[in-house]
Design a protein around this ligand. Structure first.
Ligand code: BJW
Length: 257
């Protein structure tokens, strides 16, 4: 952690990639863990355009349950630590693969939701959008008036990531001095490439209790949970920079204002 702290103190640009592991301490399941979503559900039935076309009611029932769980969950210490870090570094970008909105609720400002969010449904035909509340989308309202189907505004397998979010994430990862990869198995592309290909000029630290396919290639592996590890990291970072004057950039928010 010492070298990571030194790099963070010197960094003008920090990029963070998160996955479902950061929300595990908020009580939300990961995808590929022991009790993960993909252990008990068929991926191709629930998270693919073909699965949705076959059985939109089943897909919405699953997403409505997850939407309700997201709204009951609270951001944890890991989400808050990253929101705090954003205030203390000159440039900060957080790209998340999660659709649970917990980074947003923790106060992260420069947030890119690479796989979309469960806050919105959109029509497969006319692209009309509709905000979702805690109920989600009642299955009798799946059919849109234009003849299309309302679907969750998220990215399923085989679908392109939102273009602007992807472009901004790739640029931020390429320009970053420090990249934190938190709570992701790093097996899903193109998001995982942000931590490898795009971050090749950065000091890359992985925060994950388990090894992942990228562990051998990163500069530093912190084996622990996101909540505990990020809290310690950010507390130590703040303690060591308390008397340091940060460079000023009007685009970013400093000093916990
Ligand atoms: C903790 C912890 C704690 C536990 N603290 N950590 C290149 C190579 C191979 C394949 C491909 C490739 N390029 C594209 C592909 C195909 C495919 C893909 O990647 N497949 C692989 C799985 C083989 N990718 C796609 O299809 C993507 N689209 C695409 O490429 O389009 C191309 C295109 C271009 C132009 C036009 C058209 C098409 C789309 C990928 C969409 C992924 N969608 C999902 C589901 C939808 C959202 C939802 O329902 O929520 O997104 S899949 C699922 O995996 C979800 C997640 O965001 C994503 C990543 O999973 P994540 O978050 O890493 O979870 P886990 O469970 O895997 O890992 C959790 C980690 O946390 C573990 O490591 C734990 O140890 C750790 N952990 N507790 C910290 N307390």
């Amino acid at each position: 952690m010492e070298e990571l702290l030194r790099r963070l103190r010197e960094a003008t640009s920090v990029f963070v990639l998160t996955g479902s592991g950061i929300s595990a301490e908020s009580g939300l399941p990961t995808f590929r863990g022991v009790n993960g979503l993909w252990r008990t559900h068929r991926v191709e039935e629930l998270a693919s355009p073909e699965g949705f076309a076959r059985n939109p009611k089943l897909v919405w029932t699953w997403y409505n349950e997850r939407n309700a769980a997201h709204r009951q969950a609270k951001p944890n210490a890991g989400h808050y630590a990253l929101a705090e870090l954003e205030k203390r570094v000159p440039a900060f970008t957080l790209a998340t693969q999660n659709v649970d909105s917990l980074h947003l609720r923790a106060g992260t400002k420069n947030l890119l939701e690479l796989h979309g969010s469960l806050r919105v449904a959109r029509c497969t035909k006319c692209d009309a959008r509709r905000s979702l509340d805690a109920t989600g989308l009642p299955v009798e309202e799946i059919e849109h008036e234009c003849g299309g189907l309302m679907r969750p505004d998220i990215v399923w397998f085989g679908e392109a990531l939102p273009e602007t979010a992807w472009r901004q994430a790739a640029a931020a990862a390429s320009q970053a001095d420090v990249v934190l990869v938190v709570g992701t198995s790093a097996v899903v592309y193109p998001a995982a490439a942000l931590a490898t290909h795009y971050a090749r000029n950065a000091y890359v630290a992985e925060i994950n209790p388990e090894e992942t396919p990228i562990s051998d290639g990163v500069d530093c592996s912190l084996r622990g949970t996101a909540g505990e590890t990020l809290t310690t990291l950010v507390e130590r970072f703040l303690a060591s920079t308390r008397h340091k004057t940060l460079p000023r950039d009007p685009k970013h928010n400093y000093g916990g204002s």
